[in-house]
Design a protein around this ligand. Structure first.
Ligand SMILES: Nc1ncnc2c1ncn2[C@@H]1O[C@H](COP(=O)(O)OP(=O)(O)OP(=O)(O)O)[C@@H](O)[C@H]1O
Ligand SMILES: [Mg+2]
Length: 166
């Protein structure tokens, strides 16, 4: 009998990817908890299809940082900035859905924003591959229903900070 080939093992299920299933209240609560753990220079990339909940999560993070008012979606302005104070940390919230391919990123001021605060980016797939390598990558799936599945990629900089333990 032939020894088992590598293709046999490739079809076996691997370890389950970390995931959380959250209703909207739960997603907002997670954003509020995450906000307490943020430090200057943190970038959070928010992935997921239209209506996935990226802005909902960004709003919860900004409110958790102390933003008292409305949080407009930056769909047309591309970037909205929030000073500290009143926020605990300065923040920039970007939505790159309408970013023209090849448009100069420098004009958006994303790297500058990271120099003194935190950055939240919706539609980060518009960025060149590998931009913000230390970022926390959050992905939301399940648009249209009440529950979103949150999956993530968190490098060493996020150890002990994401997922938030309480
Ligand atoms: N569990 C949930 N988490 C987040 N949003 C939810 C959930 N359940 C329902 N919703 C609703 O889904 C919608 C999410 O819209 P939101 O603007 O946050 O999405 P988005 O990912 O930013 O979309 P876009 O790509 O257009 O910017 C809101 O209307 C929200 O009320
Ligand atoms: Mg949005």
């Amino acid at each position: 009998m032939a020894p088992s080939s590598p293709t046999t093992t490739a079809t076996e299920p691997g370890p389950a990817a970390p995931a959380l299933d959250l209703d909207e209240v739960g997603l907002r609560a997670l954003g509020a908890r995450l906000a307490t753990r943020l430090a200057p220079g943190d970038a959070i990339l928010l992935e997921g299809e239209l209506g996935a909940g990226k802005t909902t999560l960004a709003r919860a993070i900004l409110r958790g940082l102390g933003h008292p008012g409305e949080v407009p979606s930056p769909s047309y302005t591309l970037v909205e900035t929030y000073p500290a104070p009143p926020l605990r940390l300065a923040a920039a919230h970007a939505d790159l859905y309408r970013l023209e391919p090849g448009a100069p990123l420098d004009d958006l001021g994303l790297d500058e924003a990271l120099g003194h605060g935190i950055l939240l980016v919706e539609w980060p797939d518009r960025l060149p591959a590998g931009h913000f390598p230390a970022a926390l990558r959050l992905r939301l799936d399940g648009a249209g229903g009440p529950i979103r599945r949150l999956t993530w990629t968190a490098g060493p900089a996020w150890k002990g900070r994401f997922p938030p333990s309480d």
